[in-house]
Each structure stands twice: as C-alpha cells, then as structure tokens.
Design a protein around this ligand. Structure first.
Ligand code: NAI
Length: 347
C-alpha cells in the first residue's frame, strides 16, 4: 500500500467541510487505494463542533482514513502536508458584497500563508475556497515564498459546474456531456463563463457546438449565451444564499473534489477544466500576478494554461472587466495587509 497523503482542511467544522471530508475519506478524491491522514484546522469557538466532526469521521469507519489531526494551530495543521484545502473564512451572508469580506479575510490568509511557508512540504498543492477566493489565494501564496506560486489555486470549478449543468438542462443532455466550458477571471459577479470552445458530446461521439445544441445559430441562442446564461451562472451563489439563507455547501464540496481529483489524476485528453492560477502576464492580455481563472489541462500533477484560444471582442471585454476587478481587489488587500503590519508593530 502507498504512503498516506496528508491532507489539511481549514474551516473543518464548517458546512462545506461537512460534505467534503467524507468524500476525501471515502476515496472519491484521491482514488480507492490512497490512504489519507486528515489534518483538521478550525478556531477555538468551533472546537466542540470540530470534535463532533472527528467523532463522525471515526464512526464512518473509512478504511482509507488512517489518521486524524484536529487542531486550532496552523503550525500543527500544516506540518508536512501534501495538500491544503482552505475553506476557513467568514462566509458571505445575504446582501453582503464579496469585497466586504476582503478586510476580514486578509489577516487569516496572511497568517496561514506564513505558517505554510514554515512547516508544509514544498511540494504542497493548495486550493483556496474561502471567499474572496482568488485574492485570498494570492495573499497566501505571497506569504509562502518558499513554495512555488504555481502550487496555489482558487476554486472556480463550482462556476464551471453550474454553467455546464445549466446548459445540459437546457439542451436535454446529461451534465457530463457538456465539455470544455471555460470560466475566466474572478469567482465573482464579473466572471466570464465562456462556451465558445465548448461542445455537447453526443451519444454517437460527435461534438455538437453548444450554440447549435441549444437550437442552432439563431440570434436567440447567442442572446441567451451572452445574456441570461452569464447572469444566471454568475449570480447563482447569491440565489442560493437568498433561498437557503446559507451559502452553497454541497455543490461547493463537490466542485472542490472535482478540482483536486483532476489536479491529482489529470484531465481527459483534449479537454480542459477551469482553475484560478497565478497569471504570468503572457496570455490573453491578463495582467501578471493575479489568481485568474483560465482553462487548463493537467498532466502528472502539473497544470498548463490552454493557449491561443480565439477570443471574440465580447470575450475580450469580459476578460478585461474581471481582470480590472482582481487588480482592484489586490490593491485593497495590499492596503489591508499593510494596515495589519502597522498594527502588529504598534502592539
Ligand atoms: P462556514 O461558516 O460553515 O465554515 C467556515 C468555517 O471556517 C467555520 O467552522 C469557522 O469557524 C472556520 N474559520 C473561521 N476562521 C478560521 C480561521 N482563521 N482558521 C480556520 N478556520 C476558520 O462556511 P462554509 O459554508 O463552509 O464556507 C467556507 C468558505 O467558502 C466561505 O468563505 C464561503 O464564502 C466560501 N465559498 C466559496 C465558494 C467558491 O466557489 N469558491 C463556494 C461556496 C462557498
């Protein structure tokens, strides 16, 4: 049997973790032969809830789960880990803008980035889910300079899954038949879910362009794809909060599992998935040093941006808008980090 993977989860007593931990421990993420040691981090007020989660994990009697390390100390949680899933953050509540979350969360991701830098394996792979996910990932990467920045990512797979499912329902096909839908930019209202390179895989193996699968290249299909479709996908998180009075958790856990499994196992030949990764300023006019969601292919645990996809002028304007928002978030986050540093120095 292979060596256990050490997988740390922050916000382990929260609602996404409650769905995700079982998926990890049951082999749905790293495969049915991979033993796992779970490192579970939460904060002091959530310690009782965390104890309950540990009891339940024990009671699941998963044969792959060979150890559990519950703690409130990031230096314990991140020691020698192979993977880090960062859920721990303040969730967005009804009526709250994502930007309001920046201030509260900058401090958390700075502190946890520093801990990661000190004690994690340098090969650790990091997935940030806690919002604002892209900018939180940027901060964590910045404060963990000994770990390659390409090992950090933020979750936009939920947006991709929402987009694929919406198209599948409309086209009357299973969700898995909808392939190569790219989510560009920020996990926010400015994201751009793009179907221009996507297709529906028909039962006989033919690839039907999305627009055609939705009823041909009529103005109606195009209007939908550039209007109601983008709006529905980008506002879906808010719609779920309005309905549930809680942010999406089951679907966020499923998307996190999809994101990690593809990073671990690789993408299917000729297909891409969406992942927010550190931009290098060389592709699609995306500025450097942003955690920007792009289509990637993955082989042997390494992602590559899909290059040279033709982009319409509509698509280019969407990319510019979401990039501008991420630049603004980065500027605000940097100001908050500096304010934290001044307060620390004065204390
Ligand atoms: P939750 O409120 O149920 O759980 C968050 C957990 O994090 C709590 O147990 C809390 O005690 C813990 N926590 C807070 N500060 C912490 C810290 N400094 N260190 C460790 N743990 C800490 O929230 P939920 O629903 O599990 O969501 C988690 C995050 O994921 C939220 O920020 C939410 O907005 C975000 N989210 C992101 C999505 C995406 O697609 N990127 C989709 C859905 C949610």
């Amino acid at each position: 049997q292979c060596e256990p993977l050490r997988v740390a989860v922050t916000g382990a007593a929260g609602q996404i973790a409650y769905s995700l931990l079982h998926m990890i421990a049951s082999g749905q993420v790293y495969g049915p032969n991979q033993p796992i040691i779970l490192h579970l981090l939460d904060i002091e007020p959530a310690l009782d809830a965390l104890k309950g989660v540990v009891m339940e994990l024990e009671d699941c009697a998963h044969s792959l789960l060979v150890g559990i390390v519950p703690t409130t100390d990031p230096l314990v949680a991140f020691r020698d880990i192979d993977w880090l899933i960062m859920l721990g953050a303040m969730p967005r509540r009804e009526g709250m803008q994502r930007k309001d979350l920046l201030k509260a969360n900058v401090g958390i991701f700075k502190q946890q980035g520093e801990a990661l830098n000190l004690v994690a394996k340098k090969s650790v792979r990091v997935v940030v889910v806690g919002n604002p996910a892209n900018t939180n990932a940027l901060i964590a990467a910045h404060y963990a300079p000994s770990i390659p920045s390409r090992n950090f990512s933020a979750l936009t797979r939920l947006d991709e899954n929402r987009a694929r499912s919406l198209l599948a329902i409309k086209a009357g096909v299973p969700a898995d038949a909808v392939r190569n839908v790219a989510v560009w930019g920020n996990h926010s209202n400015t994201q751009y879910p793009c179907v221009d390179h996507g297709y529906v895989l028909a039962a006989d193996g033919t690839r039907v362009p999305i627009e055609q699968a939705l009823g041909g290249s009529s103005a109606g299909a195009r209007d939908f794809l550039e209007g109601a479709f983008i709006k529905t996908v980008s506002l879906r998180g808010g719609a779920i909060i309005a309905a549930r009075k809680l942010s999406s958790a089951m679907s966020a856990a499923k998307a996190t599992a999809d994101h990690i499994r593809d990073w671990f196992v690789g993408t299917r030949p000729g297909e891409f998935v969406s992942m927010a990764v550190m931009s290098d300023g060389k592709h699609y006019g995306i500025p450097a040093d942003l955690m920007f969601s792009v289509p990637v292919t993955i082989t042997n645990g390494e992602w590559s941006v899909v290059k040279d996809l033709p982009l319409s002028s509509f698509a280019q304007s969407k990319l510019q808008a979401t990039a501008a928002e991420l630049v603004e978030e980065r500027t605000e986050a940097t100001a908050h980090v500096e304010a934290h540093a001044v307060a620390d120095a004065a204390a």
